[in-house]
Design a protein around this ligand. Structure first.
Ligand code: NDP
Ligand code: MG
Length: 383
């Protein structure tokens, strides 16, 4: 059970909800980090009084230092400081809630210090899942998933003594705002359309990933890495109501599911209190009032990102790092209104075609694959 946390990405959607859970559970906050949201950071420091506050943007760090001159919180700037927050000696648990593969090095640093990892930052596992899980095994570090599907699976697996008893994992998928549309109909979808998620309020990047279904593709890879299962034993199924958070089918045919209202504080809270559960004042699920639960096959023709993620998972090596880097860059361009919605899969496909896959990569190979994929997306010319 957690007593003191560091939060990487405290100003984001997961970071803010983690602070709410910390307040609820009476956890101490040792270190918090953000990129450039200075005002929000100042508020959080004044409320939670961490020993360390980090802004990766150096100018923002200078600004924060001035604002917090009357406090005892140490303020640092830059990427190295993010790693320092990840290994802060007072913290027993690190919540990785930054967005993107920028979370990889700090996560590895925290693993080496045997901090419990409450893992929200899925891009890290997608890019370098084998390295991260091997490091966790080497150092005997616990990785507890925060992503709702993976937390659901983690909860269903309590009491499962042998992974060979798992026949398959079934990740549920809301279908996003564009469920039922064809690829052609998606062509003109705007940033505003894509940011309108039916069930969850999240950061911009993951909301776009949910609209393209890349989020489910990344989650399939995340699940393969966390539970060390091959692709054919991880499936996605559309479930519009986001009440069943995911399921495990066992070899005797039993299917276990975790149900609940769509509220990220539940998986965050469980990652803090595991293996125990804490009392929560949140509104419980009322099965008599919730809509009928439905399930459907995802449409991989309309949402090629899901297919590309499965292909990268099958290929292995640096294929997933290329997929992820290309996706991060393409989503950024879409959010900046520089490319259209279907240009996201187009540019990812181009990067995958261009960048050579390294079969047994080192950390350097993974970082190089990520950089090459990003370049390929930026340099892409429409045919
Ligand atoms: P947000 O965009 O809301 O927050 C991201 C956080 O990371 C912010 O604190 C941001 O700081 C910081 N950050 C952004 N860029 C950098 C950078 N280059 N260097 C250092 N810090 C940076 O994201 P979410 O909270 O939605 O998601 C965080 C992670 O959790 C993602 O990997 C996402 O896939 C995963 N996740 C999120 C869920 C959700 O419900 N939101 C559900 C499941 C998983 P600043 O505010 O200064 O920009
Ligand atoms: Mg999820």
């Amino acid at each position: 059970m957690t007593n003191t946390i560091s939060i990487l990405g405290s100003t984001g959607s997961i970071g803010r909800q983690t602070l709410k859970v910390a307040e609820e559970l009476g956890l101490r906050v040792a270190a918090i980090t953000a990129n450039s949201s200075v005002e929000r950071m100042e508020e959080q420091v004044r409320k939670f009084r961490p020993a360390l506050a980090v802004m990766t943007d150096e100018k923002a760090a200078e600004d924060l230092k001035v604002r917090l001159a009357d406090t005892n919180t140490r303020v640092l700037g830059g990427f190295e400081a993010l790693c320092e927050a990840a290994v802060h000696p007072e913290a027993d648990t690190v919540v990785t809630a930054v967005v993107g593969m920028v979370g990889l090095k700090p996560t590895l640093a925290a693993i080496r210090e045997k901090k419990r990892i409450a893992l929200a930052n899925k891009e890290t596992l997608v890019c370098a899942g084998e390295l991260v899980m091997d490091a966790a095994d080497t150092w005997g570090t616990e990785i507890i998933p925060v992503d709702s599907e993976h937390s659901a699976i983690f909860q269903c697996l309590q009491g499962c003594r042998d992974r060979s008893e798992i026949r398959r994992l079934l990740l549920t998928c809301s279908g996003g705002p564009f469920f039922g549309k064809s690829f052609d109909e998606l062509e003109n979808m705007t940033r505003e359309d894509a940011l309108r998620h039916p069930n969850w309020t999240m950061g911009a990047k993951i909301t776009i990933d949910s609209a393209t279904l890349m989020n489910k593709g990344l989650e399939i890879i995340e699940a393969m890495r966390l539970y060390r299962l091959p692709l054919e034993r991880v499936d996605a199924i559309v479930h519009r109501q986001s009440i069943v958070h995911s399921m495990v089918e066992f070899k005797d045919g039993a299917v276990l599911a975790q149900l609940g209202t769509p509220d990220m504080r539940l998986p965050i809270r469980y990652a803090m209190t595991y293996p125990l559960r804490a009392e929560s004042a949140a509104e419980p699920l009322d099965l008599l009032r919730c809509p009928p639960l439905s399930f459907a096959q995802p449409d991989m023709d309309a949402f090629p990102c899901l297919r590309m993620a499965r292909e990268a998972a099958e290929e292995g090596g640096t294929a997933c790092a290329i997929l992820n880097g290309a996706n991060e860059e393409a989503v950024r361009l879409f959010l900046e209104k520089r490319i259209g919605f279907n240009d996201i899969p187009r540019r990812i496909a181009a990067a995958r075609a261009l960048v050579t896959v390294e079969k047994t990569p080192s950390l350097e190979d993974i970082l190089a694959a990520d950089a090459a994929a990003r370049r390929a997306v930026l340099e892409y010319q429409n045919p």
